[in-house]
Design a binder for this molecule. Sequence first.
Ligand code: KG4
Ligand code: ZN
Length: 345
Amino acid sequence: MIVLGVESSCDETAAAVYDTEKGILSSVVRSQIRDHAPFGGVIPELAARKHIEAIVPITREALKQAEISLKALDGIAATFAPGLVGALLVGLSFAKALAWAAEVPFVGIHHLEGHLLSPFLGPEETHPHFPFLGLIVSGGHTSLYKVIDFGRYERLGKTVDDAAGEALDKAGKLLGLPYPGGVAIDKLTLEGGNPRAFDLPIGLIQRDNFNFSFSGLKTALVYTLKKMGYGGKSSEPPPENLVRDLAASFQEAVVQALIRKAFFALEETGLGELVVTGGVAANTRLREVLARKSRKSGIRVIIPDTKFCTDNAAMIAFAGGRRLQAGQRDLFSLNAISRLALETL
Ligand code: KG4
Ligand code: ZN
């Protein structure tokens, strides 16, 4: 079965072709980071407009690279939830129209299902075994799921305020770093930032739930800056070495919160495999600590290739392939939904 996947839930316009027998035939992603960077965050209206410009050329490119015609497709899948409604609507409406015109089946995909199944896009020896623990860490999400089987997900916990990537991006803003802050903070730590220079609070380390919280950490950074005489609108930016240490310390607190909660969930559930995906999974320090914890605990940790951790349409095409093979079809009346629990599918 050959499936076209379309993704436009946030700030990446993506299209991909997945063959359930041969694997990925193409995966094209156009990031809007440069469009949103001047504003220090994603502007929903701008995101929708940029998707409108990109959706046709990106899909054309994906079909071209896969050397496949529209008529040769066995189905089309598009993200329908969750995300920015205006952004979602572009990819979803486009995919529905395309499916109607090409007379092929259509299925809507939950964005987080795409992320949780993204490790299946890699070589077979790196595939996880059900049931496994899935940690999604991106700019919009920070959640832990028990992945029981294809299409069967149980949410164990999520952030009660900011997502991990969102927290890193906000910290980057406070430190005067370029957008996205997560990438800049990773880089500064690699350039010698000291993760132990500041003792910042690790969010929700209580051992009675699987939730995360990062807003207290952000507040702690604001106060730390203030105490040292930085942070007001008119004040001088902190010196470079201080920014580096603050960035590294902030990142360390985020990484520790993620790892402690994930491993606590592994302990409590008895699951033996952990899949970490989403943009923050690209973080060097997170990967380092995960590798060490994996060696120590015997837990198998799987992090998909970075291009499949960040938003992409290959994961949507893959999930679409599974659902279409199982006989699922969606009506063209399927609407975009900004917030929707994965379990309700
Ligand atoms: O998954 P993604 O591309 O988009 C969504 O949010 O859905 O994730 C983007 C997030 C941003 O918050 C960005 O700062 C963060 O991932 N990020 C990183 C790194 N690369 C991207 N955070 C830490 N270290 C990185 N290397
Ligand atoms: Zn995502």
